[in-house]
Design a protein. Structure first.
Length: 402
């Protein structure tokens, strides 16, 4: 019966179903693995210590996404790279709970092991998104609708783990995540390999990647600068929510409810993405997304003092993140030459990791120094600066054209 259903769907329908399985179940599994900060808090890490650890992991992420991006473009297989990073990340992340927590050297062990895990884990999300974006563009599938299923399944996963957490325990979320990741790994074997033009060959020599093509593209470079500021704010916003909850008297184990609600609000703009792209340029959608996400931080800094009031302002972040997911990845895809699309996505993600270093190193220190409310006001300001810089790049482009 399943075979008959697949035959009726046809090649395009089968690929859409497989891609939904890869990306959607990936995000379902990812929802169970969002408790690393909560776990580290429970074993005695301060905000500053977590910031330093996350900064080191972000430094590893720079190497990770750039390395796997170049491997993907070199061998011409995004699918193989995705299988490797999913398998490596799932296995190593699942083993985190075996690190002893009661020893004098426990923190040092975490500082060694977690960045090692991140060499694979940091590339899991970018390449799970990359294979969906590229196939949707090549097969003319509706990216927004397919990606919205990932947001929906992330919401479902977040609610399940939030309800299960008191019984399961935070430490067990690591191996559960690793186990669930086996499903998208298997499905990736059946996913379509995105097409890519091979690098040009000279004199019979093996083709090489010319990364200079990317950095001669002024629009791409401007987006990298914007991305650095945006992801600095995003690192501050995302990594210290559980500390904000603690300061507001909200149980950090309800973090899953926050994640689930925000993911649910991603869906409307993802579903409407095709219509939005017909009416607005992608860069305008990116700016709108950033403005909405800044409103969440502004609300946290001025008004939020309980879980219900937090959720009110999480509405803006969820809507903004859905808009950003649907526009930013496609914007990078639109800017990059066909044979450097994986590398373009990888370098953009690397910029996010560089920003993560700054956001985490400074974020923990600033949070401890000025407190939760002021910290989120500063974060809203960084989002605002990123918007101004991106707007300025448009103005310079128009001036140059005149």
């Amino acid at each position: 019966m399943m075979r008959k259903l697949l035959d009726r769907l046809g090649p395009m329908g089968r690929q859409a179903l497989i891609l939904v399985g890869v990306n959607g179940i990936f995000w379902f599994a990812w929802a169970f693995g969002c408790y690393q900060t909560v776990y580290l808090q429970s074993v005695g890490f301060s905000a500053s210590a977590i910031g330093v650890l996350n900064a080191i992991s972000s430094a590893v992420a720079i190497v990770s996404v750039a390395f796997w991006g170049m491997v993907s473009d070199r061998i011409g297989s995004l699918r193989k790279v995705l299988i490797v990073v999913l398998a490596g990340g799932a296995l190593l992340y699942g083993l985190v709970p075996i690190i002893p927590t009661g020893l004098a050297i426990s923190q040092m062990l975490f500082f060694i092991y977690l960045p090692t895990v991140n060499f694979f884990r940091a590339s899991m999300s970018p390449y799970a998104e990359n294979i969906l974006v590229r196939n949707c563009n090549e097969l003319r599938l509706n990216f927004g609708v397919l990606r919205s299923i990932g947001s929906f399944l992330f919401t479902v996963g977040s609610l399940i783990i939030a309800a299960w957490l008191p019984t399961l325990g935070v430490g067990n979320t690591f191996w559960v995540t690793g186990l669930l990741m086996m499903v998208p790994i298997v499905l990736t074997f059946f996913a379509r390999e995105p097409q890519a033009k091979a690098p040009a060959k000279r004199g019979g020599e093996k083709g090489s990647l010319n990364m200079g093509e990317l950095f001669q593209n002024k629009a791409y470079v401007a987006f990298l600068i914007f991305g650095f500021l945006f992801y600095t704010a995003a690192a501050c916003e995302g990594n210290y929510i559980t500390f904000f909850m603690e300061s507001a008297g909200v149980d950090s184990q309800q973090y899953g409810i926050v994640l689930a609600y925000r993911a649910l609000l991603e869906i409307p703009f993802l579903v409407l993405m095709i219509r939005l792209r017909q009416r607005f340029p992608l860069r305008v959608l990116v700016l709108g997304a950033t403005f909405l996400m800044a409103l969440e931080c502004l609300g946290f800094g001025l008004f939020a003092n309980s879980l219900p009031t937090m959720l009110v302002f999480c509405t803006f972040f969820g809507l903004g993140n859905g808009l950003f997911l649907g526009s930013s990845l496609n914007y990078v895809y639109e800017l990059a030459p066909s044979h450097l699309k994986a590398s373009a996505q990888a370098f953009f993600t690397s910029v996010a990791s560089v920003a993560g270093i700054l956001g985490n190193l400074m974020g923990g220190v600033v949070f401890d120094a000025i407190g939760a409310k002021r910290f989120y006001l500063v974060t809203a300001g960084v989002y605002g600066v990123s918007v101004c810089v991106f707007l300025l790049s448009f103005r310079q482009k128009k001036t140059g054209q005149n």
